[in-house]
Design a protein around this ligand. Structure first.
Ligand code: NAD
Length: 316
């Protein structure tokens, strides 16, 4: 290989030298893919995984995390295993501090499923899924946040799901928790901005033990976790400052997702009571997406509504 070829391959590479990464649920599936890739690109990796089954019942094993650590170390990388449940965010982040002295990147990835139709869903099904997905992400991010603020650098990934974005039969607990993560990411993207902490959410699709039987059979080759990993790496790199974004990612395709609303209708008339009939009579315009609107901030949304209300007053 010539010097020029070497430089174009290696100097252009996104590297994570000196960065400390926590990947939760890194013993299998997507998390394993992220941990191996961060390790191969120079980061020190905390491979968190309590080695549980897909429904979060009490089984635990150190094996999945240990195996990933061994793989990273065998290729010359730095990694340490952490077997804490993500519910104990402080302990997981402490593993990064104790072993590597800092925390730069947090990938909230660990997850379970307890799918049941709503009528059969128990409080335990609801609570456990919320604890592992939503509360754990709060706990981990809250523990990492002061370090990130102090060092004026942080990259946080929240793993949501298309089940939350679009709804999915039998996943009321999971879809609610996953949408909670989008809200958390949105708000923290504002709170982290002045400290160079970015927060982004991804909705991946990939074959893993969690999605066994849920994705079209025969699509394994096209829906590998390795086709999700590059987006996570890019979002976590210091050269990427995008924040508050949500991405769908699967099979090598990546797209940004945003909320939009119809341009709607002002159904209230000046000097008249607003009625249910006004709503009925304007229904077509209320639900028409012919001219969609979207906002980047809540302030934009408030300003939009103030402008609309202004129009009514002017027409008095
Ligand atoms: P996976 O089952 O292969 O891996 C999840 C890992 O999380 C497992 O190794 C498990 O031991 C670990 N884990 C579970 N509970 C834990 C806890 N309390 N503490 C620490 N570790 C714990 O699943 P996956 O498909 O790689 O999913 C990863 C994430 O992506 C999950 O949040 C999942 O909801 C999300 N997701 C995946 C898909 C997909 O298509 N695979 C789609 C949407 C969202």
């Amino acid at each position: 290989m010539t010097d020029v070829e070497y430089n174009s391959v290696f100097l252009d590479m996104l590297r994570f030298l000196g960065r400390v990464v926590v990947v939760t649920g890194a013993g299998n599936g997507l998390g394993k893919e992220y941990a191996l890739a961060f390790g191969a690109r120079g980061a020190s990796v905390v491979v968190n995984d309590l080695g549980g089954n897909t429904s979060g019942d009490s089984s635990q094993s150190s094996r999945p995390a240990d195996e990933v650590v061994k793989l990273i170390q065998a290729s010359g990388g730095k990694a340490v295993a952490d077997y804490n449940s993500v519910e104990n965010g402080k302990a997981v982040i402490q593993t990064a501090i104790d072993n590597f002295g800092r925390i730069d990147i947090l990938v909230n990835n660990a997850g379970i499923l307890r799918d049941k139709s709503f009528v059969n869903m128990t409080e335990q099904d609801w609570d456990l899924v919320h604890r592992i997905h939503l509360r754990a992400a709060y706990s981990l991010t809250h523990a990492a946040w002061p370090y990130m603020r102090k060092q004026q650098f942080g990259r946080v990934i929240f793993t949501t799901s298309t089940s939350g974005l679009y709804g999915n039969f039998g996943q009321a607990n999971y879809s609610a928790a996953k949408m909670g993560l989008v809200g958390l990411s949105n708000t923290l993207s504002f709170e982290g901005a002045k400290y160079n902490i970015t927060c982004n959410a991804i909705a991946p699709t990939a074959f893993s033990r969690l999605t066994q039987g849920l994705l079209p059979s025969g699509a394994e080759e096209n829906l590998k976790p390795e086709f999700v990993m590059p987006l996570v790496l890019y979002l976590c790199h210091e050269s990427c400052s995008d924040t508050g974004s949500l991405f769908e990612v699967a099979g090598g395709w990546i797209g940004k997702v945003r909320l939009q609303k119809s341009s709607g209708a002002m159904v209230r008339r000046a000097n008249a009571p607003m009625t249910a009939e006004d709503v009925r009579d304007n229904w077509k315009d209320i639900i028409s997406f012919a001219k969609p609107l979207y906002h980047l901030t809540q302030a934009d949304q408030v300003s939009h509504i103030m402008n609309v209300v202004e129009t009514i007053s002017n027409n008095d």
